[in-house]
Design a protein around this ligand. Structure first.
Ligand code: DPN
Ligand code: ZN
Length: 322
C-alpha cells in the first residue's frame, strides 16, 4: 500500500507534480499501479489486500480440512494446489517435487516455480514453508510468508520486466517436522546447481501481531537490499536471533549458499527497548498464537505483512531485474 523506496517516490512525485516528499511521511495515494512507467528499475508496490486474499483462501482450505494444513494432510495438498494454480495461470514453470527422503511419511511435495527469464546461472531464490502445525490453520506461521511470496511472484509476472538474473520461488513441505522439505531440496541439487544459487531468502512469520522487524544475517551482502528497504521506512531492523537455524534458510546456509530473509518473531518476548522503538507490548510474545489454534486470519499484522511484501519486491528487483 505504500509507495516503496525513495527512487520510485521521487519519480512519482515529479510526475504527479506534488513536489518533494519527506521520506515516509506523505507518500502519494496508492493508485494500484506500478512505477514502471516512470522508472524501469523501481519495484512495484505489492498490494497487501491481494496478499490477504491469498491468506483467506488458505484459511478456507484449513477450515474444510479439519482446521489445519499439516504437511501430511489434504489441507496441505489443497494449499499446494491453490498456489500452483495461481502460478501456472501467470505463466510460471511449476514443479511439484515429492520429498522422497527425510520427510514425514505421507508429506506432500515442495512446490518450485521459476520465472523463465534471466541468466539461469545466477539464481536468486525466495522461499516460505507452506505447511502448518496440526494445532491450527497457520496463518502467521506460515500463511504470511507463503502469501507474500505468491503475490510477489504474480506481481513479477504481471510487470514482466527485462531480467538480468533468474528468480525461483519455493513453497516448502514439512518444515514443522524438522526443515525436511527444504533440506531434501538442497540435497537434491548438484554442486553446480548449488553454486548457481547466489542467495536464498526465507520468509517465515512475517505478520506477527506483537512483532518486530528482524532480518536473517543482517550484516551480510545478501541481506543488504532487505535491510535497505526496511531502513528506508525507518524501522531500525535487528538480527533475527530467535529464528537462527530454525527455518528453511538453514539447509541452504549449511550448504554454503548466502541466506537472508525477513521475520517478525514467534514465541520469544518483546523487550522494553523493542516496544519503545516498534510499539506493541513489552514482556509479551511477538506472536501470542504461535503454534496455537488462534493462529487465524485475526492473528495477522497487516502493516508488517505489507512491509515484508514490499521489501521482497525491492530485493527481487535489486537482485534480478535488468
Ligand atoms: N516459524 C517457526 C516454525 O515454523 O515453527 C520456526 C521459527 C521459530 C522461526 C522462531 C523463527 C523463529
Ligand atoms: Zn514457521
Amino acid at each position: 500500500m505504500r509507495r516503496p523506496f525513495a527512487v520510485a517516490s521521487f519519480s512519482l512525485a515529479v510526475v504527479l507534480g506534488c513536489g518533494t516528499l519527506p521520506a515516509a511521511a506523505a507518500a502519494p495515494a496508492d493508485t494500484g499501479r506500478s512505477a514502471t512507467a516512470v522508472n524501469a528499475l523501481a519495484a512495484p508496490d505489492v498490494d497487501v489486500t491481494k496478499v490477504r486474499a491469498h491468506l483467506s483462501e488458505l484459511s478456507a482450505i484449513a477450515a474444510r480440512n479439519g482446521g489445519n494444513r499439516r504437511s501430511t494432510t489434504q489441507g496441505y495438498r489443497d494449499s499446494v494446489a491453490y498456489v500452483k494454480g495461481k502460478l501456472q495461470a501467470a505463466g510460471y514453470t511449476v514443479t511439484e517435487q515429492p520429498c522422497t527422503s527425510g520427510c514425514t511419511s505421507g508429506a506432500g511435495p515442495n512446490l518450485i516455480a521459476e520465472w523463465p527469464q534471466g541468466d539461469a546461472n545466477n539464481v536468486y531464490m525466495f522461499g516460505a514453508h507452506l505447511d502448518s502445525v496440526s494445532a491450527g490453520p497457520g496463518m502467521n506461521d506460515n500463511g504470511s510468508g507463503s502469501a507474500a511470496l505468491l503475490e510477489n511472484a504474480l506481481a513479477l509476472a504481471q510487470q514482466n520486466p527485462a531480467m538480468r538474473n533468474r528468480v525461483r520461488f519455493a513453497w516448502w513441505t514439512d518444515e514443522e517436522q524438522g526443515l525436511n522439505g527444504s533440506n531434501f531440496y538442497v540435497r537434491s541439487l548438484s554442486s553446480t546447481q548449488r553454486s548457481g544459487i547466489r542467495a536464498y531468502y526465507n520468509f517465515d512469520m512475517v505478520a506477527s501481531t506483537n512483532g518486530g522487524y528482524f532480518i536473517n544475517r543482517i550484516t551480510t551482502s545478501a541481506a543488504a537490499p532487505m535491510k535497505a528497504y526496511w531502513d528506508s521506512l525507518g524501522l531500525q531492523p535487528e538480527e533475527n536471533t530467535e529464528g537462527a537455524g530454525r527455518s528453511d534458510d538453514y539447509p541452504f546456509q549449511q550448504a554454503g549458499i548466502p541466506t537472508s530473509g525477513y521475520a517478525m518473531g514467534a514465541s520469544a518476548r518483546k523487550t522494553s527497548a523493542q516496544a519503545a522503538k516498534w510499539g506493541g507490548t513489552a514482556g509479551s510474545a511477538y506472536d501470542p498464537c504461535y503454534h496455537r489454534s488462534c493462529d487465524t486470519l485475526t492473528n495477522i499484522n497487516t502493516t508488517g505483512l505489507n512491509r515484508a511484501a514490499d521489501g521482497i519486491a525491492h530485493t527481487l528487483w535489486q537482485q534480478a531485474v535488468s
